[in-house]
Every structure is written in structure tokens, then in C-alpha cells.
Design a protein around this ligand. Structure first.
Ligand SMILES: C[S@@+](CC[C@H](N)C(=O)[O-])C[C@H]1O[C@@H](n2cnc3c(N)ncnc32)[C@H](O)[C@@H]1O
Length: 287
């Protein structure tokens, strides 16, 4: 039996997550998970890492992003937030303290189980529900059921089409007047090398005898993650009619610009990333 879940060739980008998820299921404690696979979430390695330190990184980032995007306040205690790509709950713990209800969504069911445990230790687990994104592109959640949809360092790991589908899903599941805050990786000069190398590594995953070994190598996995680069216009174009108050947030050093969006900057944005922060239009979608 292969040591990663078989899936269609077009979804080979999911293999590193499924592999890390499967490894995480075999480990005894959350600390062990962070030491062996925590780097897939925040790039930190080390034999002394703990789940508590891992969650602390999310505890710093979540209030910072919510504050700067104008999503913080007492009212959020009565709101529902959907997190797309929660992993094992690095940020989810903080979300459960900020929001009355949180739905953590991820491709990998093993990560979601760990996420539940992580929030049980460091967050408010009674506020958490989890949802597997089995096809990597749609959310099995009723339209208009959340106030905020948030996604961080996830859509860049999906194919271009899946990322756009997930962004459209984020808009669909947020009620009119709610907010989407979605993080993407934008186009850059190094893309040709990185995206080509990423494709080659994902092709390697298919080679019997080498594929399983390759899925556990950090250096190769970091290349396999290089899946999509999306310009703000490629998202605001199709989704624009369903949004209002469209803001694109970048690092102050970024040269990205977007048509029809208010450009904003924040030091906390990775220079290669950008965020779409927008309200959903008052008229709910008819489909
Ligand atoms: C880099 S981790 C980030 C996790 C979390 N947002 C954080 O900052 O710690 C990316 C997460 O997205 C999930 N993911 C990747 N592609 C996905 C997809 N198409 N749909 C849902 N989740 C996905 C992975 O399983 C992984 O847990």
C-alpha cells in the first residue's frame, strides 16, 4: 500500500499534506506532531518545539490580522468564523477565543482531529466544529451561514482553479455584509524556477519506490508546495460583483497593484503575499 493517499494526477499538490496528516495520526502527542510535522505549518524545526509554542505563534498573528483588517471587537463573540486551511489549529485556538463559533476546514482529516485536540488544550473547544474539504475546492456549508471567512497560507497550495473555487466558496458561505479575509501568494520573478521545480517534485511523487520517500523530505516538499501564484485582479475580476469595500493588503515593499480595489499595506504581510479583505454584497447569490 502506498504511504500516501492515491488521488488524481491533477491533485498531486495534496500529497504532502496527506502525508504529513498520516504521520501526525501515528504520533502520541501534539508536541510530537509539532516536532515532526510542525514545519509544514510555520516552517519551524527543532527537537525542543512544543505545541504550546506553536500555538503562541498563532496567538500573536490572529489578533494582529483581525485588528488591522477591522475584524475585532466584542461583537465577534456572537459571530461565526470559517477558517479555510486550519491545519492542526495553530491559529484556530485564537479564533475560538475571538469568535463565538468557529468552523475549521481542512483537506486532511488527520489534521482536523489534531486541531480539535489543540483547541481542547489551548482554545475554547466548545466553540469549534471541523469540516473536511474532501475535494479541495468546495465547502459543505450552507450559504450565508458565517460572518467571516478567513484563510492563511492555504490558497497558494491549491491549484489556480481550486483556489478560485475556494475563494468563491468563502464568499458564498459568508452572509451578506460579512467579510472575507483571504491570503494569496502573488506573482514574482522567481516563479518560473519555483513553479517548474514544484511540478517536477510532484511528478516524482508518482514514481514507485521513490515517491513515498520524497514525500517525507522537507527540501523537496517545500518545492512541491509551489503550486499557484494569483494576481489580485484574477480574484477580484470574477468575484467583484459579489463584493463591496474591496481592499487588497500587501507588504509596504510590494509593487502589486489591483484594479478596482483600495490598496492597503501592513508590515505583517509576507512580501510575497497579498490579502483580499472585502464585504460580501447585500444581495445574496441566487445559486
Ligand atoms: C501552510 S498550512 C497553514 C495552516 C494554517 N492556516 C496556519 O497558518 O497554521 C496549509 C494548510 O492548508 C491545507 N490545505 C491545502 N490545500 C487545501 C485545500 N485545497 N483545501 C483545504 N485545505 C487545504 C493543508 O492541509 C494545511 O493544513
Amino acid at each position: 500500500m502506498p504511504d500516501f493517499a492515491p488521488m488524481s494526477r491533477s491533485r498531486a499538490q495534496q500529497i504532502p499534506w496527506k502525508t504529513a496528516g498520516r504521520v501526525s495520526e501515528t504520533l502520541a502527542s501534539g508536541d510530537d506532531v509539532v516536532r515532526s510535522t510542525g514545519w509544514v505549518f510555520n516552517n519551524e524545526t527543532g527537537a525542543d518545539l512544543t505545541l504550546a509554542e506553536f500555538v503562541e505563534t498563532g496567538d500573536h498573528e490572529v489578533p494582529a490580522f483581525l485588528e488591522v483588517f477591522g475584524l475585532r471587537g466584542d461583537h465577534t463573540q456572537h459571530q461565526t468564523l470559517i477558517e479555510i486551511g486550519s491545519g492542526i489549529g495553530r491559529m484556530t485556538c485564537a479564533f475560538t477565543r475571538e469568535f463565538g463559533s468557529v468552523i475549521a476546514c481542512d483537506l486532511d482529516q488527520g489534521f482536523l482531529e489534531r486541531c480539535y485536540e489543540t483547541v481542547g488544550r489551548f482554545g475554547k473547544v466548545e466553540r469549534l466544529r471541523t469540516l473536511e474539504v474532501a475535494d479541495g475546492r468546495s465547502l459543505n456549508i450552507a450559504a450565508g451561514s458565517a460572518d467571516v471567512a478567513f484563510s492563511y497560507i492555504t490558497l497558494q497550495h491549491a491549484s489556480f482553479d481550486d483556489a478560485l473555487d475556494l475563494a468563491a466558496e468563502a464568499v458564498r458561505v459568508v452572509k451578506p455584509g460579512g467579510v472575507v479575509a483571504l491570503n494569496f501568494r502573488g506573482p514574482r520573478g522567481s516563479d518560473f524556477f519555483l513553479l517548474t521545480a514544484g511540478k517536477l517534485v510532484r511528478a516524482l511523487y508518482r514514481v514507485p519506490g521513490i515517491g513515498g520517500w520524497a514525500t517525507k523530505r522537507r527540501a523537496l516538499t517545500r518545492l512541491a508546495w509551489q503550486v499557484s501564484r494569483i494576481h489580485p485582479d484574477q480574484v477580484t475580476g470574477p468575484l467583484g460583483p459579489r463584493l463591496t469595500d474591496v481592499q487588497v493588503w500587501t507588504n509596504p515593499a510590494s509593487k502589486l497593484s489591483a484594479v478596482g480595489a483600495e490598496m492597503r499595506t501592513f508590515e505583517g504581510v509576507n512580501p510575497a503575499h497579498w490579502w483580499l479583505v472585502a464585504r460580501t454584497a447585500a444581495e445574496p447569490p441566487t445559486t
